[in-house]
Design a protein around this ligand. Sequence first.
Ligand code: PBG
Ligand code: ZN
Length: 330
Amino acid sequence: MSDISSQLHGGYAHDLTRAWSAQSSSLTKSMFMLPLFISDDEQCNSPLKGMPNQHRWGVETLPGFIEPLVRKGLRSVILFGVPEKKPKDETGTLADDPEGPVISAIKMLRSRFPTLYVAADVCLCEYTSHGHCGILHPDGLINNVPSVQRLADVAFAYAKAGAHCVAPSDMMDGRIGAIKKKLIEEGLAGKTTLMAYSAKFSSNMYGPFREAVASAPSFGDRRCYQLPAQARGLARRAILRDVGEGADIVMVKPGSIYLDIVSEAKRIAPDHPVAVYHVSGEYAALHAAAAAGVYDLRAAVIELSHAMARAGASIVLSYFTPELLDWLEA
Ligand code: PBG
Ligand code: ZN
């Protein structure tokens, strides 16, 4: 078996990952990746309360939404599953249910939209009865070893279904290496990008997302695995660790108030594309501020996007992607 540091192909096997590796400072449509919430109700089309213009989609309703966006230049999406019909359990069995929303949507998108790059978020919180991102010990703390194994299995299932990219957002220790090894063993490392949510902070900005996917923890919080806001050093260590474990892309999350960490990521991992996640709470706040007359939404989003690019991001996960496809030239 080849070792982790020998694996580069996953980071540039696709024309989009090649573009992301090129590094430029102007805003382009291909920088933006649209997060999508996929329900297991095939006909679902329900607007999200806390997030203007965002919906939960089903595999039947999604193509009608995606098709015009692809025509306007949409290049990539990232999928989040929302199980609504089947019961959740302690280990998040539904995460890689072969008939579940994420695997079905990957297959549908790959066959109907050949130019679209399809990423899948890998986590357990949408699928566990307790709402935490890993498997727990009886005392409620994270049990890291089985968590990482489970996440590697889920990531492999998404890659096998056709995802171009798997993106673990769970923040368990060692999951990047475990996923990379699994992809190597299964022969998928050469065509699957591993995008690590490396510096993911425990943040107040995730509220609307947790409501959208019903993933709020049923007890406690995520401070034992997501990073403390003041921890620049831990962020650096997590980035370097994930690079060492075989990440093709490193991500910082949330966006606007962590741009110092984005530039830090670019400095310490200059040879990796850096992604930034402009999260649900930031999105909702921009809408609310624009509605209150604080600024023009379009101008504010463009300025913020420049700030993210300037800080060093070449990929921006943004709920504003549909608008940006209208606002940007190319
Ligand atoms: C869960 C996950 C979260 C987000 C992405 N994946 C929320 C959390 O960690 O509680 C946040 C995205 C957003 O707020 O837009 N692993
Ligand atoms: Zn999670």
